[in-house]
Design a protein around this ligand. Sequence first.
Ligand code: PMP
Length: 440
Amino acid sequence: MTIQDNSSVNAFIPGQVQLDAHEANMVAMRDRLLGPAYRLMYQKPLHFVRGEGVWLYDASGRPFLDTYNNVVSLGHCHPDVVEAITRQVATLCTNTRYLHETILELADGLLSTVSSELSHMMLTCSGSEANDLAYRIAKVRTGGTGIIITETAYHGITDTVSQFSPTLGPAVNLGAHVRTVPAPAAYRSGPNVAERFQRDVETAIADLMRHGIRPAMLIVDSIFTSDGILPEEPGFLKGAVDAIREAGGIFVADEVQPGFGRTGSHMWGFQRHDVTPDIVTLGKPMGNGQPIAGLLARHDIVEKFGNSARYFNTFAGNTVSCAAAVAVLKVIQRDQIKDNARDVGAYLLEKVDALRARHECLGHVRGAGLFVAADIVSDRETQAGDRVRTAQIVNDMRENGVLISACGADHNILKIRPPLIFSRENVDLFVDVLDRALER
Ligand code: PMP
């Protein structure tokens, strides 16, 4: 089988490594039963049977440090979330067409973390659905269809959203109503990143207009994960947000990656940029593994959509998922998870950056909270990415019990994204294994 899509930098390619009989059988069964669209991670696939905190355990009982997980961002099998789900599923599992307290408690809790302009919460089952819904709302509100995204954006899998998710690769066409702008990478393109980003968005707006397409939305992942994790300089989104609003469109902040405290300084990635989006989309860490996602929006943005279209999504907002999400919010507050992301994240960034002194292939290192990116380059001067070496490092670390992955247009950026309960001790172990992988 030839894998041609973008995930191949860290994908299992059959025939390259020796698997034991049980694993080989499972791989064959996956092929037969699940078909060709699925991918396994790492040159040698992993078979986990248990998780606890920052650790995953494979079938032989071997522990792996999970430094690549923003779904169970409070750690695997967090006892509060397990307890909340268990209690609720044993009591009642129904949908949003009945009165229930928990969805209201969740809405209250989430909306209290953002500006009061954002006054409504709507729930979905996945981040893709949240972005799909945001686009439907944007179209009704603006009368337009045009979408502006960054060049290597990922926003999800539905038919509509895949048309504005270029990371899905050349086989998935961008919509004719979609325009891309370069991601605002200050460390690559130099200063004035805010001005440049604004100008690029304005150019995209002008191009949409020239083709008779009215802009509906600018949507960005507020930490630009698939573009290579771009946190600097805070505030650079402002001009671009003004530009899309002046053109009659809305600004959607996709918080599926940076949300729920990951960036350390704020609960939401867009808050680092001091802007208030018209819609905020949420996902992954929201239920610590329970599938729940959604959006927060201003009243005037959803008013026309809400008055004209009925919204019911069978599983979204069910009582069990809501119980999980309420538990997540409580733990974030009670255990000062955001502060841990800030403090341990700063320590992680400092220690990874310090490795640059000893490893020439380590290029730019950056991050916000517990979201750190490290470029692997063949030449520090030109910043030319080294995709092959990046894959070697990721797989070497996996062999030595630490999980990370890679991102960016050239697939040469180490994506370091541990659960938010990561400790300094975990960082020390992580950096030690990274150091040895870089050495090799
Ligand atoms: N937006 C961003 C920024 C994402 O990273 C993802 C998932 N990787 C999505 C949306 C889609 O979320 P889901 O997989 O839950 O549909």
